[in-house]
Structures are given as structure tokens and as C-alpha cells.
Design a protein around this ligand. Structure first.
Ligand code: NI
Length: 195
């Protein structure tokens, strides 16, 4: 674990922020059902989320679920950068979602390539609901409720799956559409060159 220390001026103490170690596919913590959070305002939960935010920023990902940092609790964070969002929806700021619930809106499924920090270097073509509603609470225990579509909906479904011990390879419609990012990119580029 890498640790960085920052001065917390108001409290006059040294607060440690941590970049957490990511669990990789095969570790049991990624395969179990995570437990609901009893008190989202618990300082331990705030500390966990602060560390998850720092870890996600360090790795440059769009989402992270607590089981990926070895904590089997129903906590996830995500954001949608402007370049990945649809025009109508816009960027989604960093969102903390505790004890989430998802409700698909309609039956429409869309496939796209996904990656995961727990499967570094790999990618797969995963079907997801195109749009959904999600609910949960934030760090103050306030209710969060939003509708999401396209990439936003995909990220939420991917992170939610982590809370139920599901990694994206289990969602593949075609197991051959899975492999190393480098190789898949080459294969896709080669396909495009064909008449
Ligand atoms: Ni993931």
C-alpha cells in the first residue's frame, strides 16, 4: 500500500490518505456478495470512500467498487467524463453510491467493450441495459436517485455487479469477444481494413 501524507490545517493533524491495493480476478473478495452499509455517516465509511476516490484518480478509471479494494461492503464510486457521455446527458460528476438499487428502464440491451481495474490489460464485449434508474444514499445518508443511459448506465451496471460478486467476463454473450486490449485493438483495426 502506498501512502501519502497531507496536512489537514483545520484540525492541525496529519491525515493519511491511501492509495489502496486493487484485488484482481481470482481473489475471493471479488466473488462474494457484499454487505449493506449500516451507517453511511460512519467516519470509517468516509475514510474508505476518500481512499477509493484517491485510488480511482491515481489509476485513471471511471468507477470503483469497495470489494475491489478488499472491503466487502455495498459502496461504489464512479464518474462519467464529458468525452464518454451522450450529448443529452452531459458529464456526470464523481458520485458516491451506497446500498444501491438498479431498475432497468425497458428491455433494450447494447453491447460495448468494457475493461476493469481487477482484470488489467483485458477487455470484453458486454451487453448491458441501455437505460436504468438507480437509487442509493450518499455519505450524508441522503437519498440519491437518477436515471442513466448509455455509458453512464453501463458504468453503474458494471460497478453494481461487483457488489454481487460478478465480473464482466461472466456477462459476455460471445466468449470469443474477450482478450488483451492490445490484441483486440489490432484485430478490430484489421477487420476495418477488410473490404
Ligand atoms: Ni470493474
Amino acid at each position: 500500500m502506498e501512502r501519502r501524507f497531507t496536512q489537514e490545517a483545520s484540525a492541525g493533524i496529519i491525515a493519511a490518505m491511501a492509495i489502496l491495493k486493487i484485488a484482481r480476478m481470482g481473489m475471493p473478495v471479488l466473488a462474494g456478495i457484499a454487505r449493506p452499509v449500516e451507517d453511511p455517516t460512519d467516519p470509517k465509511i468516509h475514510r474508505l470512500v476518500a481512499d477509493m476516490i484517491e485510488t480511482l484518480a491515481d489509476l485513471g478509471g471511471v468507477g470503483l467498487a469497495a470489494p475491489q479494494v478488499h472491503v466487502p461492503l455495498r459502496v461504489m464510486i464512479f464518474h462519467v467524463p464529458a468525452n464518454r457521455s451522450t450529448e443529452a446527458e452531459g458529464a456526470v460528476p464523481l458520485t458516491v453510491l451506497i446500498n444501491p438499487q438498479l431498475t432497468p428502464l425497458g428491455e433494450e440491451m447494447v453491447e460495448d467493450w468494457e475493461g476493469c481495474l481487477s482484470l488489467p490489460g483485458l477487455t470484453g464485449l458486454v451487453p448491458r441495459y441501455r437505460s436504468l434508474r438507480y437509487r442509493g444514499v450518499d455519505l450524508d445518508g441522503r437519498e440519491v436517485e437518477r436515471e442513466a443511459r448509455d455509458f453512464h448506465a453501463r458504468v453503474v451496471q458494471h460497478e453494481y455487479d461487483h457488489l454481487d460478486g460478478v465480473l464482466y467476463p461472466r456477462r459476455l454473450r460471445d466468449p470469443s469477444q474477450f482478450g488483451f486490449v492490445e490484441e483486440i485493438r489490432k484485430a478490430l483495426a484489421a477487420n476495418r481494413e477488410q473490404p
